[in-house]
Write a protein that binds this ligand. Structure first.
Ligand code: ADP
Ligand code: MG
Length: 475
C-alpha cells in the first residue's frame, strides 16, 4: 500500500500559490458553471466550486459502494414494476403531500393504459456518507438514491485532471498517482444511446428536459456531447416548449417542435416549483403517455421517493424483490441506515417519541429533492410537536443521522475567500440500466462523484451552493 498524507498540506505560501493555479486549471479543464447573475448566458462563466485537495476515502467502502450499484439498479427497476407495493407504500403519503399525489395521479392514469414502450431507461445516483461508530469502525451508509435528474456526472468527469495538476505542482506525486479516472458522462450517455437505439428511429432525437435557469448547463453538455459523438441528435427543451409545441400522433409518438422524440431525459421536474402551471403537469402526462422512452418513467420517479426508501428498509421487504438472492439482499441492506415510518399507528408513534427524546440523532425528511428541505436538531421537535397527532406527519420519514469524521480541506468557490474548513464528504455512485420488456439489456455502474461541504452546513448539494466537487483519494 502506498503512503499518502494523513492530512492536506497547510503551508500558507503553498496554498496561496496553488489557489490561482487551481482555479485556472479548473477553467482549462472545463469544470464550469454559469454565474448566478447571468445563468442563461455563455458570455460569462466561472469554475464550478471544488476542493483544493482530494479527500481520503477507505478503499474497502469505496469498492463496496461500486459493487452494490448494479443491485440498486435492479432494485429500483423492480420496485417501479410493482404497482401493489407502490400503492400501499405511498397511500398515506399521497393523502397529505400534494406533489407526490400529483405524480401518483399521473402514475395511476398511465397504469390504466396499455404500455406502448417496453424500453425502460434508468440513470440514477446512490449517495452515501461514511458513518463512524464509537468503536472506530467506518461503514458505508446510503443517504438516498436519486432516480431523477441526478447531476454532476458531467463535470466530475473533468475533476480528476484538475486535482492531478494541483498535486503535481505541489510536488505530491504519490497522491497525484492515486487519483482515479472517472467518466460518468460517457457511461450515462451509453445508457441513453442504448435506449435511443432500441426506440429504433434514426430521425428521432434525445430531448433533455431542462430548467429555465441553466447555471449547470455544462454538466449536461458533457453527456449531450457524448451522444453527438455517436451521431445521436440531442435537443434541449423546457416544459413550456413541450406545452406549446408538443403533441402525440395516432400511434402516440411524441413530437416537440416538429421533432420525433425517442428519449425524454428529465433534468427537471423533481420539485413542485418546476411545474409552474397546470400546462406543465399536462405536458408531463403527455410525455408519460407517449411512445418515447422516459428517463425516468413516472413509476421509477416514484421508486426514488424517501417514503419508498424507508419502506425498503423494513424487515423482509427487500426479500420481496429478491426472493432467491440472499447475497444481493445482504449487500443492499448493509448500506441502509435506520429509517422509521411516521404513518399513523403504533410504529409511527414510537418514531415520534424516539425523535423527540433525541432529536440530534436523526434527520426528518419530507418527500422533496434538491437539497435544503431536511429538518435537524431542535427544529425536529418543533415540527413533530405540531404534527404528531395529525396524519400530516406521514408526509415525512425519520432517518438516523450519519456521523462522518470531519476532515480539513480548502474549498474554492467563486467570490469566496479561501480558508481551511472542517468538511464532510458524500460519495455518489452512478448507475445506468436499460430494460426491454423482461430483459435487462444493460446494467452498469458508470462512475462516482465525491462532494464535500463545510461541516457547519447540515444539508445541501453543489447546485444549492453548499457542497463542492471533490475526488476520492483511496487508502
Ligand atoms: P435531497 O433529495 O434534498 O438531496 P437528501 O436526502 O439527499 O435530500 O439530503 C440532503 C443532504 O442532507 C445530504 O446531501 C446530506 O448532506 C444531508 N443528509 C441527508 N440525510 C442525512 C443523514 N441521514 N445523516 C446526515 N446527513 C444527512
Ligand atoms: Mg436527492
Amino acid at each position: 500500500m502506498s503512503a499518502i498524507w494523513e492530512e492536506v498540506p497547510r503551508d500558507e505560501n503553498l496554498i496561496k500559490h496553488l489557489q490561482e493555479i487551481a482555479k485556472d486549471t479548473a477553467l482549462l479543464h472545463g469544470v464550469l458553471m454559469r454565474t448566478k447573475e447571468s445563468p442563461n448566458s455563455p458570455e460569462v462563466v466561472s469554475y464550478a466550486p471544488f476542493t483544493m485537495f482530494p479527500t481520503r476515502v477507505p478503499r474497502t467502502v469505496f469498492n463496496q459502494a461500486l459493487a452494490v450499484q448494479t443491485h440498486f439498479n435492479r432494485l429500483v427497476d423492480r420496485v417501479s414494476q410493482d404497482p401493489e407495493f407502490l400503492e400501499e407504500t405511498l397511500a398515506s403519503t399521497i393523502k397529505v403531500d400534494d406533489f407526490t399525489a400529483r405524480l401518483f395521479n399521473i402514475y395511476r392514469e398511465v397504469q390504466r393504459e396499455s404500455q406502448l414502450q417496453p424500453v425502460v431507461l434508468g440513470l440514477n445516483r446512490s449517495d452515501y456518507m461514511l458513518d463512524q461508530s464509537p468503536d472506530g469502525r467506518t461503514s458505508l451508509k446510503q443517504i438516498e438514491i436519486n432516480t431523477i435528474a441526478a447531476s454532476f456526472g458531467g463535470l466530475t468527469s473533468r475533476t480528476p485532471d484538475v486535482h492531478r495538476h494541483i498535486l503535481k505542482v505541489a510536488n505530491l506525486l504519490e497522491e497525484r498517482n492515486q487519483i482515479l479516472d472517472n467518466n460518468p458522462a460517457e457511461g450515462l450517455a451509453r445508457g441513453l444511446a442504448k435506449a435511443w437505439e432500441l426506440y429504433g428511429s434514426e430521425r428521432a432525437v434525445v430531448m433533455f428536459l431542462v430548467e429555465d435557469v441553466q447555471r449547470n448547463i455544462y454538466d449536461h453538455r458533457y453527456v449531450e456531447n457524448e451522444l453527438w459523438k455517436k451521431n445521436i441528435p440531442v435537443i434541449r427543451r423546457q416544459f413550456e416548449d413541450v406545452c406549446r409545441t408538443g403533441s402525440l400522433d395516432q400511434s402516440r409518438k411524441l413530437f416537440v417542435d416538429g421533432r420525433e422524440i425517442a428519449v425524454v431525459y428529465f433534468r427537471n421536474g423533481y420539485m413542485p416549483q418546476n411545474y409552474s402551471s397546470e400546462q406543465s403537469w399536462d405536458a408531463r402526462l403527455m410525455m408519460e403517455r407517449s411512445l418515447a422512452v422516459k428517463c425516468p418513467n413516472i413509476s421509477t420517479h416514484l421508486a426514488g421517493t424517501k417514503k419508498v426508501q424507508q419502506e425498503l428498509a423494513r424487515p423482509g421487504v427487500l426479500e420481496r424483490f429478491f426472493p432467491d438472492e440472499p447475497e444481493t439482499v445482504a449487500q443492499i441492506r448493509a448500506t441502509f441506515a435506520g429509517l422509521y415510518t411516521l404513518d399513523m399507528g403504533e410504529d409511527g408513534d414510537k418514531t415520534v417519541a424516539m425523535a423527540l427524546a433525541n432529536p440530534d440523532r436523526y434527520v426528518l425528511k419530507p418527500q422533496r429533492e434538491g437539497g435544503g428541505n431536511n429538518i435537524y436538531g431542535q427544529e425536529i421537535c418543533e415540527v413533530l410537536e405540531k404534527l404528531k397527532d395529525s396524519s400530516e406527519r406521514s408526509a415525512y420519514i425519520l432517518m438516523d443521522k450519519i456521523q462522518p469524521i470531519p476532515v480539513q480541506n480548502y474549498l474554492l468557490r467563486p467570490g469566496d475567500p479561501i480558508g481551511l474548513k472542517s468538511c464532510l464528504s458524500e460519495l455518489g455512485v452512478f448507475g445506468a440500466y436499460v430494460r426491454k420488456g423482461k430483459d435487462m439489456v444493460f446494467n452498469e455502474c458508470v462512475g462516482h462523484l465525491l462532494r464535500t461541504k463545510s461541516s457547519e452546513h447540515a444539508d445541501g448539494g453543489v447546485a444549492a451552493g453548499v457542497a463542492v466537487l471533490d475526488n476520492p483519494l483511496l487508502f
